[in-house]
Design a protein around this ligand. Structure first.
Ligand code: C2E
Ligand code: MG
Ligand code: MG
Length: 612
């Protein structure tokens, strides 16, 4: 009995006051009946035991859990409450030594035990023993709460943490876990695990055209087909939207993996039929087997992913095996990533500037900042080589901030030297724009360099807008609120959708070089460019032609109404100092005659002085 609850009028601690006389007998009876009703109604099992641990009372729930009353009464608690996760570990919850000790406590409890009544189902329970004293003897009420109904919830939580809810396959976490385990074993046994990495081809268009619910059904069915194509012992996991991985831990021969992969490809070929809606899809598969040089699960998964990409590049619906060429590429990428980190830390990146001219007056209007990196072993690297790497590795954030800072600083120095504000275009990648601190970083940099916001234009690629249009709109609105301008770079390639032009707040279209090349000889190409110019005029955007290399191209562009042009014909990317000189030379005196492009004297037949 919990002594803190002892009533001061009832110093014995007896829960029932001791009445006397006939009225008192009636009161006593009522109290007893009430107690018995409670005893019968509570949802936990209640047993009253005497000082030897012999059961003297049991309620209906106790009968349900431990068997009929006649076997319960007079049974010993020590024999009755057998606990343990398995038969082998079963032992009395309260043995002959623990029981007297428990009876001396105010309360004795055990949470989360598994009780194993003999001949009856085992169940998880919480157990509390509450001693009380009567007639100078210690007795106790034992409360046992059956937690069986909580178990499924726990099991479900466990399941959710390790499985993909849509397909019921293992998730990435469990795959990596098993793979790590397999790698550990392999280091000793020499039997290396194999990964089969599968990505559905053009799954996005299924989702876009037939809706997400059909997409989901396809994934579920694809998962089934993969499972049917492999052995039960193999782990099949879904690790991304339409990416599946099979882990084969102990293949007798490496070529068996190719056979398994071929079986999976074959299984995908059969048409998917969803209540009459027929869908066909193929898959690209990459295979890799671990070896002494691949020791981490992440590395092996990356190799498998890389092989899968090779299968896509080779034309989809095929299998590619990770090989030494890929291994060399991976090495190069790892080395390049490391070198890029060092370059960022040591401030080894520089920025080149390519002028943008006004076609009517031939005046310099802006410079586009283009990042440059020259490495002692890799040599001069194109941004097209290291920007994607920077994006994948997250280094793009640091790189982008660095370029913005340098470019704004240089723009400030031109302004000072030339005495007027010159436009600055900076390329920004999708990951950079979607970083939560991008807007605040930009406004800080602009303030720091006393940048006039309207003189800064950010160049974004179409894909940045289309990957997540809702978020992109919000981002662009926030950026334009800073006062700067947004240009779509490489306009016209990659996406055929023009719908976004209506939705996004934009200022400039930079028409891709592909549309410009050979334009003088292509009436059809001119029609296309004319349509773009008209479209831009209607939407009140400026248009810039990129990559102008020939004089006749420039002439055609002027005729078509392009206001701005950029390209090797006019000027190649140049160093900051050259840019400064050009800016100063191009300062149009107040009321002075506009300078024609041809007269600027900067056409550069020679190669980009800043490489590529
Ligand atoms: P972009 O923004 O479309 O830049 C134009 C690219 O075309 C530049 O290549 C430029 O040197 C090249 N170019 C200019 N005029 C001509 C021409 O007349 N003919 C030909 N064939 N090419 C010309 P670059 O510097 O190699 O940059 C490649 C791409 O890398 C850029 O394409 C841009 O998307 C990206 N990039 C460059 N710097 C950065 C940066 O700081 N951040 C980000 N996120 N991307 C950058
Ligand atoms: Mg650009
Ligand atoms: Mg471009």
């Amino acid at each position: 009995m919990d002594n803190s609850n002892i009533d001061s009028d009832n110093p014995t601690g007896n829960p029932l006051p001791a009445p006397s006389g006939p009225v008192a007998a009636a009161v006593l009876q009522r109290q007893l009946d009430g107690l018995m009703a409670v005893f019968g109604a509570v949802s936990s099992a209640l047993l009253v035991i005497d000082e030897r641990g012999i059961v003297v009372m049991a309620n209906p729930e106790a009968v349900r859990l431990f068997g009929p009353l006649h076997t319960l009464l007079d049974a010993s608690l020590t024999n009755l409450l057998i606990a343990g996760a398995s038969d082998a570990s079963a032992a009395p919850l309260l043995d002959a030594e623990t029981l007297p000790f428990a009876l001396q406590q105010r309360r004795w409890k055990a949470d989360d035990v598994r009780l194993r009544p003999s001949g009856l189902p085992t169940f998880p329970a919480d157990f509390v023993l509450i001693p009380f004293e009567t007639g100078g003897h210690r007795n106790a009420v034992v409360v046992i709460t059956d937690n069986s109904d909580r178990e499924p919830a726990r099991a479900q939580l466990e399941w959710q943490a390790t499985h993909d809810p849509l397909t019921g396959l293992s998730n990435r976490a469990i795959l990596l876990d098993r793979l790590e385990h397999a790698l550990l074993l392999a280091a000793r046994s020499g039997t290396w695990p194999t990964l089969i990495f599968l990505d559905l081809d053009r799954f996005k268009s299924v989702n876009d055209q037939l809706g997400h619910s059909t997409g989901d059904r396809l994934l579920v069915e694809a998962a089934e087909r993969i499972k049917r194509s492999v052995r039960a012992a193999d782990t099949v996991a879904r690790i991304g939207g339409d990416e599946f991985v099979v882990l084969c831990e102990a293949l007798e021969r490496v070529d068996i993996a190719s056979q398994v992969a071929a079986r999976i490809l074959h299984a995908m070929e059969e048409v998917f039929d969803f209540n009459g809606e027929q869908v066909r899809i193929s898959a690209s598969i990459g295979i890799t087997t671990a070896g002494p040089s691949v020791t981490t699960a992440e590395d092996l998964l990356r190799n498998a992913d890389m092989a899968m990409y090779r299968a896509k590049e080779n034309g989809r619906n095929q299998i590619a095996t990770f090989d030494t060429v890929m291994h060399t590429e991976v090495r190069r990428r790892i080395d390049m990533e490391r070198a890029l980190r060092v370059a960022l830390d040591n401030d080894e990146l520089s920025v080149a500037y390519q002028p943008i001219f006004n076609t009517e007056r031939g005046a310099l209007v802006a410079f586009e900042a283009l990042v440059r990196w020259e490495h002692e072993t890799f040599g001069k690297l194109s941004p097209l080589d290291f920007i994607p790497l920077a994006e994948e590795t997250g280094l793009i954030a640091a790189l982008g901030e660095r370029v913005l800072d340098i470019a704004c600083r240089d723009a400030a120095s031109w302004r000072e030297a030339a005495g007027y504000t010159i436009g600055l275009h900076v390329n920004v990648s999708g990951r950079q724009v979607s970083a939560s601190n991008f807007v605040s970083f930009l406004s800080r940099v602009m303030r720091h360099h006393h940048m006039e916001p309207s003189s800064l234009t950010l160049e974004l690629q179409e894909s940045v807008l289309l990957d997540n249009p809702e978020r992109a709109v919000a981002r662009l609105v926030a950026l334009r609120e800073l006062g700067l301008r947004i240009a779509i770079d490489d306009f016209g390639v990659g996406y055929s959708s023009l719908a976004y032009l209506r939705r996004f707040p934009l200022d400039v279209l930079k028409v891709d070089r592909q549309f410009v090349a050979g334009i003088a000889q292509s009436p059809q190409g001119q029609q296309v460019l004319q349509a773009i110019v008209d479209l831009a005029a209607g939407l009140d955007y400026s248009v810039i032609a990129e990559g102008v290399e020939q004089a006749d191209e420039l002439a055609s562009l002027c005729k078509l109404g392009f206001q701005f042009a950029q390209g090797y014909l006019l000027a190649a990317p140049m160093s900051p100092t050259e840019a400064l000189l050009l800016a100063a030379a191009n300062a149009v005196p107040e009321g002075g005659a506009p300078v024609a492009i041809a007269e600027t004297g900067i056409h550069s037949q020679h190669a980009d002085s800043t490489h590529n």
